[in-house]
Design a protein around this ligand. Structure first.
Ligand code: FES
Length: 151
């Protein structure tokens, strides 16, 4: 199952992050499962504990099932001062989930994160790789509807 991904990379430890990314992206539940960690550990000859360490260090990785779109709302002070609390309430209402949960249809997971580096345009959230800034409740409603429409 993971051979197709592994074949693309020589068994060098420096390829670990790329391999983990591809495994996560190819999983409809958007996470790196335990069996993948074992396979990668054997392929790159690094311990499973080391891979676990990498997976927990980088917030973009998950070892538990998530929605196809991971929303990360910035909770750092500049965003908070510009109303991220209101945005969080809106997201929770729209998605009917708490922080860390995935919607029943598997489309969204809601997470919080630290500064995304765009504080000048607070409040800010990231959905997968895309940044959404200067958020308002109306803007959030539109963004969510748009992604749902594509799902
Ligand atoms: S504090 Fe939210 S982007 Fe920097």
């Amino acid at each position: 199952m993971y051979e197709k991904i592994l074949k693309k990379y020589p068994p060098d430890q420096e390829n670990l992050i790329y391999i983990l990314h591809e495994i996560q992206d190819s999983n409809p539940q958007n996470f790196v499962p335990e069996e993948a960690i074992t396979v990668v550990s054997e392929y790159l000859k690094i311990s499973a504990a080391h891979i676990h360490g990498v997976l927990t260090f980088y917030s973009m990785f998950s070892t538990a099932p998530r929605g196809r779109n991971v929303i990360r709302l910035c909770e750092s002070p500049p965003c908070f001062l510009k109303g991220s609390e209101k945005i969080l309430r809106k997201l929770r209402d729209l998605l009917q989930v708490k922080i860390g949960e995935t919607t029943k249809d598997g489309i969204f997971t809601l997470e919080l994160c630290a500064c995304l580096g765009v504080c000048g345009n607070a409040p800010v959230m990231m959905i997968n790789e895309d940044i959404y800034a200067d958020l308002t409740e109306e803007k959030v409603e539109k963004i969510i509807a748009e992604i749902k429409g594509r799902a």
